[in-house]
Design a protein around this ligand. Structure first.
Ligand code: HEC
Ligand code: HEC
Ligand code: HEC
Ligand code: HEC
Ligand code: HEC
Length: 199
């Protein structure tokens, strides 16, 4: 064991201000489900191209499930880091495993778009990861450390727009050019050293 921090669920520090008590209660269940879900995340992608597999479905929003950020992060005020669990401590923000969703959707079947929640439950029952389509991605020769930006006080919205108001993720600041990075680095006094961003 690495030490006393090792078994904390990923969002413990950031959830203290969260308004919904029930979310905090769920953390206990999620800690148990978490390890299973990470195994899923590694194995789930392979069948996504099979035409007979429901995992190959992509809706009009460009995603396998129409996940509404506005309702979760806006109306319900779930903290970004409840789902994007590694944004504060790693380069990648992290995409939530199915278990994070099922903590609630075991009990919530959806009143407006129940078929979307049914698709979620299908993934869970098949023990497959959801093959979300990635929107933000820098070129392979570029280093982008989320944690440095979060600890530097840069808000998610400065780069991704006001996600809590988006029904579907919008492609803000795309494509991600070097000029975009450097403009902000100049304005905010961050590094312009080539090797900070390039291997
Ligand atoms: C903290 C609890 C919680 C978590 C975690 C959560 N949801 Fe939800 N979700 C809800 C609630 C509550 C609703 C609103 C249901 C309603 O209006 O009937 C909802 C609505 C939805 C809807 C729209 C359903 C409808 O009928 O409008 C979808 C799709 C959905 N969630 C998918 C997900 C996915 C995918 C995840 C994981 C990435 C997730 N949810 C995580 C609580 C949660
Ligand atoms: C209940 C879980 C949940 C919460 C809360 C949540 N997200 Fe997400 N987020 C997801 C899921 C699932 C996806 C992948 C599907 C999609 O793109 O809509 C995603 C995708 C994204 C993406 C696009 C990633 C990419 O490149 O494909 C961004 C940016 C993002 N979220 C930012 C945020 C921000 C900012 C907040 C807080 C204001 C937030 N999210 C809150 C679950 C969540
Ligand atoms: C300074 C700009 C910036 C800020 C601030 C920022 N992001 Fe990002 N985000 C990016 C870039 C650039 C990428 C693509 C990174 C890559 O390809 O490695 C990205 C990718 C993502 C992704 C895709 C999946 C992943 O694992 O990286 C998610 C989800 C995401 N961001 C969520 C968030 C959330 C939530 C916050 C706030 C807590 C946030 N981001 C803050 C620029 C930013
Ligand atoms: C909205 C403003 C903003 C944007 C856009 C932005 N950054 Fe940053 N970045 C910062 C700030 C501010 C810091 C300094 C944080 C600190 O040191 O406290 C930083 C720090 C960094 C660091 C760490 C530098 C070091 O000293 O080691 C890297 C690497 C980095 N950014 C890469 C990128 C890349 C790559 C992009 C574009 C894909 C990008 N950033 C876009 C604001 C931004
Ligand atoms: C703050 C981060 C950052 C810094 C500092 C930075 N770059 Fe970049 N650079 C990027 C990003 C992001 C891209 C990718 C742009 C794209 O894919 O369109 C890029 C692309 C490039 C490319 C183009 C490669 C291609 O795909 O066409 C070259 C060459 C390059 N950078 C050289 C440099 C040099 C030389 C320096 C120092 C003077 C530097 N960069 C400093 C972020 C940075």
């Amino acid at each position: 064991m690495a030490g006393s921090h090792s078994f904390h669920p990923p969002i413990d520090r950031e959830t203290t201000g969260m308004k919904k008590q029930f979310v905090i209660v769920l953390v206990v269940a999620l800690a148990t489900l978490g390890s299973l879900a990470f195994v899923q995340a590694q194995n789930g992608q392979e069948t996504a191209d099979d035409p007979d597999d429901p995992a190959a479905y992509i809706g009009p929003e460009g995603q396998p499930i129409a996940f509404p950020h506005d309702r979760h992060a806006g109306d319900m005020q779930i903290d970004c880091q409840y789902c994007h669990f590694s944004v504060e401590r790693s380069s990648s923000a992290g995409i939530p495993p199915v278990a994070t969703c099922m903590g609630c959707h075991q009990f919530v079947s959806g009143s407006e778009n129940p078929e979307e929640v049914a698709r979620l439950v299908d993934f869970w029952e098949r023990r497959e990861a959801i093959p979300w389509n990635r929107i933000y991605r820098v070129a392979d020769h570029v280093v982008f450390p989320h944690m440095r930006h979060i600890s530097g006080g840069v808000e998610c919205a400065e780069c991704h727009g006001v996600v809590e108001e988006m029904g579907v993720i919008q492609e803000v600041n795309q494509p991600l050019t070097m000029g975009w990075c450097l403009n902000c680095h100049m304005e905010q006094g961050a590094t312009r050293d080539c090797t900070a961003c390039h291997y």
